[in-house]
Design a protein around this ligand. Structure first.
Ligand SMILES: Cc1ncc(COP(=O)(O)O)c(C=O)c1O
Length: 423
């Protein structure tokens, strides 16, 4: 999509990968300092050696310091940090140790609808029970505790709901949860003894004024020891999103809280089966949590690059929202965060009938027509789940602004013609 890599991150990974470059005058001292530190944490001072299954110690320490800074001083213990192969790997490992039982006692996993399909796929792979709770589209895709309660109570009749997954900021829906909402969810999890799984990979991607990212960990602590000593929580972050977009490095971490020591033992055993996460990904994760600070040589370039990506994303989020809402028969909630628009499309009944005649979900039919007529590829809402009778699609806001404008214009023209054709 034309986004340039963050120079400092690539410099450190390059130095770690080929340490002869540590003698090169082309690299800044602060990048060399970080590379030396990472290499000292590696077996044989080399990225090519396996690391501890939980990840390199000094990087886990950096992750813990990052979390403490992010959460205004709430303590983080490196022993609770596990480096992972992207967030996906952490989510998989945690779900693996949580799923058990048979028949009505099989583990139920509550997931938002619409959801990021990793969750439904994993639940299916692990033979767990998917328990849907619906986000409230009329209220900017917010999460309502009454809906959580409805979903949990219904699920108790056929499974043992033990896990509650939250994606904040949301994919595909782009909402950023308010502090109050997070408190309500934590209280609910505490009451119902649910294991909270907080997917926070978009924590740097918050755009709307008045919206702020609050980590579940921070709010949990601020609610007091009754909560912070009891609620089991795993939260996830990644190198894939934010301003970095380094998804190919497969870097990530998870922080776990209130896990019984025996369960932690099982977790480490499980993680050791895959030996260790990619070491270059661990190094990339280190730079995300330990970037240049004011006074360091690379700081000004780093902050310029970071802000340029995030400011552009914020502009594109607003542009997409405004453009979609000008199209008749389309409604788009504000893109408060993450990297996607998820507009609702109101489809004429003739189009729905034709889709059915083609044995296609109506929004799939719409997306295929869009692809055939414009070359633009978006994902039908049915791929993420949506309320019965509603239709959506998801598209990313990653293209460069000029291209995004052209793309949105084309989509508008397509939609108007589509409405005319099936009126
Ligand atoms: C909500 C959410 N969680 C997890 C992931 C997976 O991230 P990773 O590349 O770190 O495995 C994604 C990727 O799109 C995502 O949107």
């Amino acid at each position: 999509m034309g986004q340039r890599p963050i120079t400092f991150l690539r410099q450190v990974v390059a130095l770690c990968t080929y340490p002869n470059l540590l003698d090169s005058p082309s690299f800044p001292e602060d990048a060399k300092k970080r590379a030396r530190r990472i290499l000292q944490g590696c077996g044989g001072n080399s990225l090519g050696a396996y690391t501890a299954s939980q990840g390199i110690n000094c990087i886990r320490e950096d992750v813990a310091s990052y979390i403490e800074r992010r959460d205004g001083g709430v303590p983080a213990d490196p022993d609770n940090i596990y480096l992972t192969t992207g967030a996906s790997d952490g989510i998989t490992s945690i779900l693996k140790i949580l799923v058990s039982g048979g028949g009505k006692s099989r583990t139920g996993v509550m997931i938002p609808i619409p959801q990021y399909p990793l969750y439904s796929a994993l639940i299916s792979e692990l033979d767990a029970i998917q328990v849907n709770y619906y986000l409230d589209e009329e209220n900017c895709w917010s999460l309502n505790v009454n809906e959580l309660r409805r979903s949990l109570n219904e699920a108790k009749a056929y499974c043992n709901p033990k896990v509650l997954c939250i994606i904040n900021p949301g994919n595909p829906t782009g909402q950023v949860q308010s502090r109050k909402c997070i408190e309500d969810v934590i209280h609910f999890a505490w009451e119902e003894k649910l294991f909270l799984l907080a997917d926070e990979v978009y924590q740097d991607n918050v755009y709307s004024e008045g919206c702020q990212f609050h980590s579940f960990k921070k709010i949990l602590y601020e609610m007091g020891p009754e909560y912070s000593n009891n609620v089991e929580l795993a939260s996830f972050h990644s190198t894939s999103k934010g301003y970095m977009g380094e998804c190919g490095y497969r870097g990530g971490y998870m922080e776990v809280l209130n896990l019984h020591p025996d369960i932690k033992g099982q977790l480490v055993k499980l993680l050791s089966v895959r030996l260790c996460p990619p070491v270059s990904g661990q190094a990339a994760m280190d730079i995300v949590v330990n970037p240049p600070v004011p006074g360091e040589e690379s700081y000004s370039q780093f902050i310029k690059e970071k802000e340029s990506v995030l400011n552009n994303l914020a502009k594109k989020a607003k542009l997409a929202e405004d453009m979609f809402n000008k199209v008749p028969g389309v409604h788009c909630n504000p893109l408060q965060g993450a990297l996607y628009a998820f507009p609702r499309i109101f489809m004429p009944s003739k189009a729905i009938e034709e889709a059915k005649a083609h044995k296609m979900a109506p929004d799939m039919f719409y997306c295929m027509k869009l692809l055939e007529e414009t070359g633009i590829c978006v994902v039908p809402g049915s791929g993420f789940g949506q309320r019965e009778g509603t239709y959506h699609f998801r598209m990313t806001i990653l293209p460069q602004i000029d291209k995004l404008k052209i793309l949105l214009e084309k989509m508008k023209d397509f939609h108007i013609k589509f409405l005319e054709k099936y009126a």
